[in-house]
Write a protein that binds this ligand. Structure first.
Ligand SMILES: Nc1ncnc2c1ncn2[C@@H]1O[C@H](COP(=O)(O)OP(=O)(O)OP(=O)(O)O)[C@@H](O)[C@H]1O
Length: 229
């Protein structure tokens, strides 16, 4: 891929939810968004404006009614579920407001498992997991289960899991929304530190305008379109 090629390109993306004829909600209406290699973009919007819908479509978890979704120069529009699942596993890392770590596995295992699912050998997966955990300051917690870790530590492990397969694109939905303000800031900085320098593009939905301002660019959703803030 050439360096000027987009990591994520959404073109003319529209999405309407139908819950009966009287109950149509048009959430996205011709949304365009391009993220370059290494670019970190904040997505801000009022509740219900469609942030999660946009992230799910960008991450190949959902399909648009019209428009196209390209990741790393590949157009995934119209591909079947299997191809999209494989692509999602390789190309996209997700972080949510709640960590969603597997409770019966240790921090290390939580970062190893997605790599095994992607065909990486166990030794290599463990080395990479340990390295990622050390980089976000939880190397000493690698053998702990999520329940034995603080909220901030759990979220750091979730970041490592999202990056475990070295994706091209990181999508985060309120990644620090569940943490107190001071922890939120530290954990957000950890995420930025982890992403910077990797070439990974990141789209981070947040209600926190101070944290959003630390990104390269801030966009918002306005009547189903993406506009510059
Ligand atoms: N599966 C669905 N079926 C019907 N309507 C839906 C569905 N998912 C979302 N919606 C509606 O679409 C709109 C956008 O939802 P979405 O979750 O994308 O918003 P959001 O900006 O992420 O909100 P929040 O910040 O509160 O999470 C809302 O009005 C929501 O009720």
């Amino acid at each position: 891929m050439s360096s000027d090629e987009a990591m994520l390109r959404l073109s003319g993306v529209s999405k309407t939810y139908n819950q009966g004829r009287e109950n149509e909600v048009q959430v996205l209406n011709g949304a365009d968004l391009t993220l370059a290699e290494g670019e970190m973009v904040a997505l801000v919007a009022p509740s219900g404006a469609g942030k999660s819908t946009l992230l799910h479509i960008a991450g190949l978890l959902d399909t648009p009614d019209t428009g196209t979704v390209e990741i790393g120069g590949v157009d995934y529009t119209g591909l079947g579920d299997r191809r999209r699942t494989v692509a999602r596993r390789r190309e996209v890392g997700f972080v949510y407001q709640f960590h969603h770590l597997l409770p019966e596995f240790t921090a290390l295992e939580n970062v190893v498992l997605p790599q095994l699912a992607n065909g990486i050998q166990k030794d290599e997966a463990e080395t990479r997991a340990a390295d990622l955990l050390a980089r976000v300051g939880v190397g000493g917690r690698a053998g702990h289960r999520p329940s034995a870790m603080s909220g901030g530590e759990q979220q750091r492990v979730a970041f490592c899991r999202a990056l475990a397969n070295a994706p091209r694109l990181l999508l985060a939905d309120e990644p620090t929304g569940n943490l107190d303000p001071a922890t939120s800031e530290q954990v957000f900085d950890t995420l930025v530190g982890l992403v910077r320098g990797t070439g990974l593009a990141a789209l981070i939905a947040t209600h926190n305008l101070e944290l959003a301002a630390r990104m390269d660019r801030v966009v918002r959703l306005d009547q189903g379109r993406v506009v510059a803030q």
